[in-house]
Design a protein around this ligand. Sequence first.
Ligand SMILES: Cc1cc2nc3c(=O)[nH]c(=O)nc-3n(C[C@H](O)[C@H](O)[C@H](O)COP(=O)(O)OP(=O)(O)OC[C@H]3O[C@@H](n4cnc5c(N)ncnc54)[C@H](O)[C@@H]3O)c2cc1C
Length: 334
Amino acid sequence: MGINGKILVFVDLPGGELDETGRGLLSYAARLAGILAAPWGVAVAVMPDSQQVASFGAYGTPTITCINDGETLLDTPALLGAHLARLAQNEMATLLLLPHNDLGSVVAPVVAHELQAAIMTELVTVRQSADGVRLSRRVLGTRIAETRVWDGIKFLVATVPPRALSQVIMATFRSSVPTLSHWSPATPVSIAAATITGRIPPDPQTVDLTEAEVIFSAGKGCTPATFEQLKELCQLLNVSFGVTRPVYDLGWTGFERMVGQTGRTVTPRLYVALGISGSMHHVGGIKDSRRIVAVNSDAKAPIFPNVDEGFVGDLTELLPRLLEQVKAAIGGAS
Ligand SMILES: Cc1cc2nc3c(=O)[nH]c(=O)nc-3n(C[C@H](O)[C@H](O)[C@H](O)COP(=O)(O)OP(=O)(O)OC[C@H]3O[C@@H](n4cnc5c(N)ncnc54)[C@H](O)[C@@H]3O)c2cc1C
């Protein structure tokens, strides 16, 4: 049992680049097309250059359709959504995939509204079952798993969180030379839409740790002095900081900074564990980080088998030197 039409995936090319999220979406769509035995294609608002088209081809992308004047639509997500809805109809798609980022999470409900379609946000896994296509997502900071069954016939709009995307080019993907085309709606699209005039990125110092891109965490191996140095380092590097439970118990931070089984489950691009032993209660909350780096003075610390890169070192020596170098690098040495 497959699905009734094509999978159309919208790839945002921020700054004209095929970034990690774009590559992840291509990999996700290619795998999904295999699982659902469905044709697929890509919609873009800006036509990629020849080098980028080759990158699309590495994932086996069959077609790339560029919405004419799409670049101007990027600042008016509602209008972009209305165009994508028309394009999806034109391409006889049944499923539209979008990234669950600032743009995708605004565009998706518009497409769903335009097409009177179902919507599934933060989709993670998809599998075929006897009763239909099972779609699962994680909500509430990935604590709750929710599964819904889709008949594969009614149009579905789905967003995929960047944390669930991997850029991997699987051996099963057959590289392609994508067919490029431009598209305009047959009749003008009009919708009452607000235009975005500016975007303020989240502040790593205050963003919820479940959304943080890079986290440096302090364990009991930190002294009050090294803890302050670590916080200063995080500010200079503009990254988020977390703590283990013993550090939270010391009253050095609020509960919202605690990472682990009873704290936040985090999925950053980079997690740096400083003076953290690596108990299962902590590691359970960081294991889905894309890259984990640890520094610990004990070469036998249990954190080491769980990391991508480990350094045996003393934080009282390392942190002041690191701070000094970062300050020098950013020209802020005092
Ligand atoms: C039900 C339950 C739930 C829990 N939930 C959580 C949770 O959500 N999150 C959590 O973090 N914990 C949780 N814990 C606690 C957990 O079991 C561990 O006790 C805790 O994670 C250990 O924290 P730590 O690594 O900071 O401290 P420690 O285990 O004391 O480790 C400190 C590490 O620092 C190293 N070190 C010391 N000095 C230096 C130095 N100068 N330089 C470099 N390294 C140094 C040491 O070698 C050591 O490995 C929970 C426990 C229970 C029972």
